[in-house]
Design a protein around this ligand. Structure first.
Ligand code: CO
Length: 210
């Protein structure tokens, strides 16, 4: 309970500090939401989108789940994506993974963990696509870190496969997808891959009637 009181107190102090700095701060946010970025990140408490990018409320539209996945049947992600692209008209979508990701580690392990097995199986698929490269890495931590990177790149491709993203490209709206990985040990984000047209996709995923 003490910690709960503490975060409510911290909230009051934060709100008061904002108004002290800029009396119009909340009034301005009340009337506009026009973020340029959609962030798809891991739920891990250490990888807080606004905090690690030094951005302010109003700047980043955020979706987080275990291991920053873009799962084709995830209505939550798809709803966020559609709103971000078709209503907010974000210019960049960032999938940000992080080294030492517990979800990726769990997927690389062989334990039955219950319902989450079904979520992590999407990462096992990424492992299978790249298993020659991954199995050649003898150090287990290094292998997991490489799987973290490959998983991010694959989720960026999964975004590009959607009718939502391809629709924006067909309408010539500026929209770039980015894969990033964050280092929990040094706080640094490393860019991995970037896609700004359907050309990067295997033809099997492309729509001809958008
Ligand atoms: Co994680």
């Amino acid at each position: 309970m003490d910690n709960l009181v503490r975060i409510l107190d911290l909230n009051k102090a934060w709100a008061a500090a904002r108004v002290k700095e800029d009396p119009d701060y909340f009034n301005r946010l009340l009337h506009i939401q026009s973020p340029e970025f959609l962030w798809v990140g891991c739920s891990d408490s250490r990888v807080a989108a606004n905090v690690i990018t030094g951005t302010q409320p109003g700047e980043v539209f955020v979706h987080r789940n275990i291991a920053n996945m873009v799962v084709h049947t995830d209505l939550n992600l798809l709803s966020v994506l559609e709103y971000a692209v078709n209503v907010l008209h974000v210019k960049h979508i960032i999938v940000c993974g992080h080294y030492g990701c517990g979800g990726v580690k769990a997927a690389a392990g062989h334990l039955n963990l219950g319902i989450i097995n079904n979520w992590l199986r999407n990462i096992e698929d990424v492992f299978r696509f790249h298993q020659d490269e991954l199995l050649a890495i003898k150090d287990e931590d290094q292998r997991i870190d490489r799987l973290v990177e490959l998983n991010v790149e694959e989720q960026v491709l999964n975004l590009a496969k959607t009718t939502i993203v391809q629709g924006a490209w067909t309408r010539s709206e500026p929209l770039t997808l980015h894969g990033w990985v964050y280092g929990i040990d040094d706080g640094i984000i490393k860019p991995l891959n970037q896609i700004d047209s359907a050309e990067a996709l295997d033809p099997v995923y492309r729509y001809s009637n958008l």
